[in-house]
Design a protein around this ligand. Structure first.
Ligand code: ADP
Length: 872
């Protein structure tokens, strides 16, 4: 290193601390990048790579740079490309220092820590998430949106629970301990980590004591229990990892992260990752877009904060009957009051993203336009409060109390900042007239000075008789009098030559010099003073950060309520009745998204009845394409919407609150995880049987489809029996299958009820009626559907023949379906004598009852299923 120039040495020393970031090294008006950083950045940014000889050994140093005043879009592009950028500034004035100017990294921008509006999508949070699970069965998950200050933490059951939260939070960047880099979380689920930056944090940061100290120190509490993290070990460490990373990257500017929202996932309707995906809550299965998802349909929010909150409501439906009813009551009032709803939405429409403005103000990166946006937003509040004052619903009354008009903040900005300030903060033109006496005075001088120049020009023209004489200004020479060469003879004695041009000469006079000093001095001072006044105003607003953030949150709630009311009104949704009972009934329910998007086919509404006494399992048979999946998803979505506190697409609905929704829908290979369709299907089914409770809603679509028919029917049959017979997991279940054989289950299990999707057979064709009716389908119609799909006639005819042969062997002599038979050789019981049948099935039963499902691996489960099948 001794051969290097002092500057290069300084560069390399700083770079050594940020090996994983591209270092933006401030040199005058540019950020320069060197060496590997330069090569990489020039490629990503498509800027010219040059080189300069920095070493005495003659080696070239690759180099590229971007102007500092327009660096933001370049930084954004590097972040987009998955890089981190460390911003290194000159931290002393180059004019007043000897030798090389001191430089320091002032912040590190990473994908999870972006705060610039240009790089953020308004209606999505940009989360940095930390996960830790080394100590004990409960995993800690913490996440922060630095741009809004939203900071949450929870502990969940095991790695599976952690993945559930990660899928739901959808972070841009994940912090993991270095120790788990190769064997742990990043590797395990590449499907969920793809596209997210994984950052390793030193293992010592997760030391229990150190973590506790970090958290207590930041939030100013004596123990993390005071924050609600009672009894946590991994959760506190996840929070500490985030705080540690913030300190390292934000260099202390983290004061606005004042609140940690600690929550228990058990307080919400739990949705595992597969269910979230299957129900297409916030993104579609096909292309991952918002459009076509439930969020896409419901999102009529007019503010960015409202958009983010709605997503939160969808991701975390409630369990508390009271809280759900509170929301429903507010929405009911807004559905009924069309004018009220419209006025709320009109007023909210002008409210900017207060959370992100607040974040930028706290981070001292807000400009004057941001403050004006805050002011105009706050100015909408009084009329919103007037509207809220007329409302009756409890939640709206509460918002009326809690929305703070922040009058003095609005007034401060109104009096201090002009209505349309420039983006740039250091060129003046920001502070309003009348806000600061000295500034007004300086401005008067500056204005007067300019008037003086005009008058002086007229005077000098008269004095010299040179009509083309001009007084002008430039940055190098200041003010000067310009006289063309032809007129030089007429210049007076007190003109002092400054500069000679081709056709003219430039002069200065003592009088002009004196004014120049006064005017320029004033202008310089104005710019300086304006900047410091602006900073002072911004600081005074920043102090109110907590109030702004609370108000932003309440405005977001109002926006969501009005938006949901708007959809409910337009799409004729009804208010569901909610209680803690066992009953779920839906009259004329519709699938909210299919109904809205599929305009070509009129949506056929369907009813539902589920309870724990007689209708625990609804077995739905019907051919492929009949509408089974749509029906089951619609039921799950209606329950979920009801628990969000939203109206539902039905004419009436009664929802006994459910604790979890599980879905096993469709077949999707998870190649990224290296698992086959069937394996994924079985793993998801195993998870359901392990975790479902009598209060859960389970949706099983075509279980066992990924294997041979006999295997498939057997597995489906056994799973349905298990859900029926095992008290611990006797969940309300919708079970769709095109194996019409499964309708026989209702003969032996009294809480299983058969339904089918009606089809009309006509001339050997099937017409889908989309109506769910009682009773099982008599056959699968697979061949008819195959015909619809265009299979050759010969194939269809032959398939029919084979089907007839197979069906002949379906029933035993006793008239009982062969499939229901128990142990080999034991006489199959007549269907009327239920008790006999159960006794005959004892061995099978005791084998299943003796299983400890929670302790089984998916492979063991498959082997046992195989064994069970052989026993049948
Ligand atoms: P299955 O699960 O029985 O194979 P799907 O639920 O996938 O069938 O439905 C097949 C098609 O029928 C879907 O494209 C859907 O748009 C349409 N569909 C389903 N249910 C209805 C309904 N109740 N009214 C109108 N169209 C429906």
């Amino acid at each position: 290193m001794s051969e290097l120039t002092p500057m290069m040495r300084q560069y390399l020393e700083i770079k050594a601390d940020y090996p994983d970031a591209i270092l933006f090294f401030r040199l005058g008006d540019f950020y320069e990048m060197f060496l590997d950083d330069a090569v990489k950045a020039s490629r990503i940014l498509d800027i010219t790579l040059t080189s300069r000889n920095k070493g005495t050994d003659g080696a070239d140093v690759p180099l590229c740079g971007v102007p500092f005043h327009s660096a933001t879009p370049y930084i954004a592009r590097l972040i987009e490309a998955g890089e981190k950028v460390a911003i290194c500034e000159q931290v002393e004035d180059p004019k007043s220092c000897k030798g090389i100017v001191r430089r320091e990294v002032v912040k590190v921008v990473t994908p999870g820590l972006v705060v610039e509006a240009e790089s953020l999508s308004p209606k999505d949070n940009n989360y940095l998430l930390a996960v830790y699970g080394e100590d004990g069965p409960r995993w800690g998950v913490a996440y922060l949106d630095l741009s809004t200050g939203d900071f949450r933490a929870t502990e969940v059951d095991g790695e599976e629970g952690a993945w559930g939260e990660i899928a739901c939070v959808n972070p841009r960047e994940i912090l993991v301990p270095t120790a788990s880099r190769d064997n742990g979380i990043g590797r395990a689920r590449t499907d969920l980590t793809a596209g997210r930056m994984i950052t390793c944090i030193d293992d010592w940061v997760y030391d229990a004591e150190y973590a506790e100290r970090t958290v207590c120190g930041h939030f100013g509490v004596a123990s993390s229990a005071a924050l609600g993290c009672d009894g946590w070990s991994n959760g506190v460490r996840a929070v500490a990892a985030i705080l540690h990373y913030l300190l390292k990257t934000q260099k202390g500017r983290v004061d606005h992260i004042r609140e940690l929202q600690v929550y228990q996932t058990q307080e919400y309707l739990l949705l595992d990752e597969a269910t979230r995906r299957n129900l297409e809550l916030t993104a579609t299965l096909a292309d991952g877009k918002r459009r076509g998802s439930l969020l896409g349909l419901l999102d009529r929010t007019v503010t960015a904060m409202g958009g983010r909150k709605l997503k939160q409501w969808i991701n975390y439906p409630l369990l508390s009957n009271e809280k759900i009813s509170e929301r429903l009551e507010a929405i009911a009032e807004l559905v009924a009051g069309s004018d009220l709803r419209r006025e709320f939405r009109e007023q909210l429409d002008g409210v900017y993203d207060l959370e992100r403005l607040n974040g930028r103000i706290s981070l001292a990166s807000a400009n004057a336009k941001d403050l004006v946006a805050l002011r105009t937003s706050l100015e909408k509040i009084p009329s919103l409060l007037e509207l809220l004052a007329t409302t009756e619903a409890e939640l709206l009354r509460q918002l009326h109390c809690e929305i703070d008009p922040l009058t003095e903040v609005a007034e401060l900005i109104r009096s201090g900042i002009v209505a349309d300030p420039p983006f740039i903060l250091r060129e003046g033109g920001i502070i309003a007239e009348g806000y600061h006496a000295e500034l007004d005075e300086l401005r008067a001088i500056s204005r007067e000075g300019k008037g003086f120049i005009a008058r002086l020009e007229a005077k000098e023209r008269a004095r010299t008789g040179i009509s083309s004489l001009k007084i002008r200004y430039n940055k190098v020479f200041g003010y000067y009098i310009e006289v063309t060469k032809t007129n030089l003879a007429a210049i007076p004695e007190d003109y002092h030559r400054r500069q000679t041009l081709a056709n003219a000469e430039r002069f200065i006079t003592p009088e002009l010099k004196e004014y120049e000093e006064k005017v320029l001095g004033a202008e310089e001072r104005i710019v300086e003073l304006e900047y410091s006044l602006f900073q002072e105003i911004r600081q005074r607003v920043a102090v109110q950060g907590e109030r702004i953030s609370r108000t932003a949150d309440r405005l977001a709630t109002l926006d969501v309520l009005a938006a949901l009311a708007d959809v409910s009104h337009e799409r004729r949704y009804c208010r569901p009745e909610i209680d803690n009972g066992e009953l779920i009934t839906i009259n004329e329910g519709r699938h909210p998204v299919v109904e809205a998007l599929n305009a070509s086919e009129r949506f056929v509404a369907n009813d539902l009845l589920l309870d724990s006494a007689d209708n625990q399992i609804v077995m739905i048979t019907g051919p492929n394409m009949a509408g089974k999946s749509t029906y089951m998803r619609q039921v799950a979505l209606i329950v979920l919407m009801a628990q969000m506190g939203c109206f539902v697409p039905a004419t009436a609905a009664h929802i006994g609150v459910v604790d979890r929704i599980f879905t096993r829908v469709g077949a999707s290979d998870n190649l990224a995880r290296g698992q086959s369709t069937f394996m994924v299907e079985m793993m998801e089914t195993a998870a359901i049987l392990r975790n479902a409770t009598p209060r859960s809603l389970v949706v099983l679509d075509e279980i066992g489809r990924g294997t041979s028919t006999f295997d498939g029917v057997s597995i489906a049959w056994a799973v349905a029996e298990y859900l029926h017979d095992t008290e611990r997991c006797a969940a309300k279940t919708l079970f769709a299958t095109h194996y019409h054989e499964l309708t026989e289950l209702a003969v032996t299990r009294n809480r299983i009820k058969n339904y089918n999707v009606a089809v009309k057979e006509w001339n050997d064709q099937v017409i889908f009626l989309r109506k769910i009716v009682e009773g099982g389908a008599s056959h699968s119609y697979g061949i008819q559907v195959a015909r619809l799909a265009g299979l050759p006639v010969e194939v269809i005819e032959r398939a029919k023949e084979i089907l007839r042969n197979l069906e002949k062997g379906e029933y035993a002599e006793e008239g009982v379906p062969r499939i229901a038979r128990g142990k080999k050789g034991s006489p199959p019981p007549p269907s009327a004598q239920l008790s006999l049948f159960e006794r005959g099935d004892d061995l099978l039963r005791s084998r299943i009852a003796g299983l400890n499902i929670a302790a089984l691996t998916p492979l063991e489960a498959l082997n046992i299923l195989d064994e069970l099948k052989r026993m049948v």
